[in-house]
Each structure stands twice: as structure tokens, then as C-alpha cells.
Design a protein around this ligand. Structure first.
Ligand code: NDP
Ligand code: PYC
Length: 335
């Protein structure tokens, strides 16, 4: 990709200034800056700097509190909760993380239920670090009603991603992170901006008719779950775990009509962390390698996350390419 090259550290510093000058506390700005910079660095472009305008318009609308201080609750030996207090989910995770890890290492498994939170990023940055510490992590988050359940006529579910991370011996962790809709809403927005059609079967227009027009999906239409009834069942599970269990809102309950410009879904997030040392048999990370080796023998050329890791390595040596106009805009927003 062409563009101006910026180091990861410089991009984090720039984004920190952007968020700090636009309604976030120092602590929140630091967390969001890292999250957005990681997305850009790894080529997760639907959740990198592309998201900055959405964050800032949500903050300006008063819908989300950029100064919120999360409250962590120790609910039971294996269960902790965090009330994000109408702030972003990532600072709540950062606040609860030490307790979550301590519980997982003590009990073999631990749950973190985050509520009253806004998640506007990719999920993999939340879970990959657990795998780098030898733990297994799973997370789900629900978003806003923009996906029609299989067999239904109107949107109920969000794009509802699920992400999983597991350690390997001597290699980057296995990570996957995917929307349970046919595609992420962010990618629909990018297709609209670039004048591209969506793949057939991605979504419907405001009349419920199949369409490949991203503007029709965004303006009154909706996406559909991936894989028909199977993706729809996963999306339903994510509503239950992300909202009903955590105490957050279902995607269909997100009502930002009084906050013009709001874009960050106010819902909930669930994380489950396992310590594989409590499992049976040979060391988990060795067994993960056995599985990957067999997949390679079978002809597999790309594991989930390998594309991201490649982008990351390239960014580490050459910098992160960003369009000059986008970089100039960030510099202006940073004051
Ligand atoms: P993709 O369909 O692009 O990718 C899903 C997963 O599959 C990734 O782990 C990806 O790895 C992997 N993958 C993709 N293609 C291949 C391939 N050919 N072979 C092997 N693995 C492959 O992601 P989505 O569009 O579904 O989601 C994009 C992002 O949007 C996610 O990070 C998600 O968390 C985020 N999102 C956030 C929401 C929120 O509410 N916060 C809502 C919805 C989505 P790789 O990354 O290496 O390409
Ligand atoms: O891309 O679908 C999406 C999304 C929703 C909330 C954050 N990202």
C-alpha cells in the first residue's frame, strides 16, 4: 500500500493527542490510541484510523463518556464484572485484566463480564495478549441492530464478532476474529466510500430485497448472518452472552436517536480466559503446533491472523503506510 510511512510509536502518540484533544481523559486516550494504531499496523483497516471520525462524533454527541472511570467488581472466585460507566470497553478490560488473569491462573478458568460499555474496535487486540502469556481467551461483543436473523425480516442482531486466541510453542498465537454477519459494518462503509459493490448474499435493502449496493445496506437495509442459520445461531448466542449475561443492552435496544452523530454501540462484552496448565494430556501449546502442522501437511497456506502478523512485521521494519490526507487530518485533529 502506498502512503506516508509512520512508526507505530509515532502513530500511537499522534492518536493519543487526537483523543486527548477531543473529549477523552489521558488514560482513555492512551488505550484508544493503542487500539486504533494496532488495527492500522496490522492491516485491520475497518478498525484502524478509519474509526477515528466515528469515535470523535460519538464523543461530541455526548453519547459516550470519554472520561469514564470503570468500576471492577469481584463477583466470585471465577467471575469478575466491570461497569464501564458509559465509557469505552477497552479501558474497562484494562482495569479488570489483572484480576481476570489472577482468577484464571488460580481456578483454571475465569470470566469477565463488561457492561455499560462501547466497543468500536477489533476484538483481537483484546485477546491476543492473553495467548502471548500462555492463556487461551475467547471474547464476544454485540453491537447495534444491523443484521437480520436467518428466516426473519428485520434487523435484530449486531455484526457481533467472536474472537479466540490460543498459545503455540515457539510461534505467534493462533487467533481468529470475525463478525457473525456476512461482513463487518465497517467494511460496508469502506465499500460505499470506494464505490465498490458487496459480494452477492451480503445484505438486504430497506424492503428486505437482496442487494449488493453498500449504500442500500447502510441506509435502511441490513446485513445477513454469515452461513445462514449457523451464523445466525452464533449471533444469537453473542447477544445472550454480550448483553443478557453481562447486564449490557441487546443490539436492538441501542437507541442513539437523541444523540446525533453517535456511532459507538452501547452494549456489553464477555471474555472467558482458560489456563491450559489445568488441562489434561501434553502441553496445550505443543498440541496446538501438532494441529497446525497437520493442517499445513493437508495444504493449508494461510492461518487466521497470519496476514495481520505479516503486516505487523512489515510495519516494524518500514513503518505503517498512511495516506498523506489521512495523516494531515489526524495532525489537525491533534491540535
Ligand atoms: P474477516 O472476514 O476479514 O476475517 C475473519 C477471520 O478470518 C480473521 O481472523 C482473518 O484473519 C481470517 N481470515 C480471513 N480470510 C482468511 C483466509 N483466506 N484464510 C484463513 N483465514 C482467513 O473479518 P470480519 O470482516 O468478519 O471482521 C473484521 C473485524 O471487524 C474484526 O476484527 C472484528 O472484531 C471487527 N468487528 C468489530 C465489531 C464491534 O462491535 N466492535 C463488530 C463487527 C466486527 P486475518 O485477520 O489475518 O485476515
Ligand atoms: O464493523 O460492524 C462493525 C462494527 C460495529 C461496531 C464496531 N465495528
Amino acid at each position: 500500500m502506498s502512503g506516508e510511512l509512520i512508526s507505530y510509536a509515532d502513530l500511537v502518540a499522534l492518536l493519543r493527542a487526537v483523543f486527548g484533544h477531543n473529549g477523552c481523559s489521558e488514560a482513555v486516550a492512551a488505550v484508544l490510541a493503542e487500539n486504533c494504531a494496532m488495527g492500522e499496523r496490522d492491516g485491520s483497516l475497518s478498525h484502524g484510523i478509519f474509526r477515528v471520525d466515528g469515535y470523535l462524533s460519538s464523543l461530541a454527541s455526548g453519547w459516550v463518556d470519554g472520561h469514564a472511570e470503570p468500576v471492577v467488581e469481584d463477583a466470585s472466585p471465577a467471575f469478575c464484572r466491570a461497569d464501564a460507566r458509559n465509557g469505552f470497553a477497552q479501558p474497562a478490560l484494562a482495569a479488570a485484566r489483572p484480576l481476570l488473569v489472577e482468577k484464571a491462573r488460580h481456578n483454571g478458568v475465569a470470566v469477565l463480564a463488561i457492561r455499560n460499555s462501547h466497543h468500536f474496535g477489533a476484538l483481537w487486540p483484546d485477546i491476543e495478549p492473553f495467548a502471548r502469556e500462555g492463556l487461551i481467551a475467547l471474547s464476544v461483543v454485540n453491537s447495534f441492530a444491523c443484521s437480520v436473523p436467518y428466516g426473519a425480516q428485520s434487523p435484530v442482531f449486531g455484526t457481533n464478532p467472536i474472537a479466540f486466541a490460543a498459545p503455540r510453542t515457539g510461534a505467534d498465537p493462533i487467533v481468529f476474529d470475525m463478525a457473525t454477519s456476512s461482513m463487518a459494518n465497517g467494511d460496508v462503509q469502506i465499500a460505499a466510500r470506494e464505490g465498490r459493490q458487496l459480494p452477492p448474499g451480503s445484505g438486504v435493502d430497506s424492503q428486505g430485497r437482496p442487494t449488493t449496493d453498500p449504500n442500500a445496506v447502510l441506509n435502511g437495509g441490513a446485513l445477513v448472518p454469515f452461513g445462514g442459520h449457523k451464523g445466525s445461531a452464533l449471533s444469537m448466542m453473542i447477544e445472550l452472552l454480550g448483553a443478557a449475561l453481562t447486564g449490557g443492552k441487546f443490539s436492538f435496544e441501542v437507541d442513539w436517536s437523541e444523540h446525533k452523530g453517535a456511532q459507538t454501540p452501547h452494549t456489553g462484552q464477555l471474555l472467558i480466559v482458560f489456563d491450559p496448565a489445568f488441562g489434561g494430556g501434553l502441553p496445550f501449546a505443543d498440541r496446538a503446533n501438532d494441529l497446525v502442522a497437520r493442517m499445513r501437511e493437508a495444504g493449508l497456506t494461510r492461518l487466521p491472523a497470519e496476514r495481520r502478523y505479516r503486516h505487523r512485521r512489515e510495519a516494524e521494519t518500514t513503518g505503517i503506510p498512511i495516506a498523506p490526507t489521512a495523516l494531515a487530518r489526524l495532525r489537525a485533529l491533534a491540535g
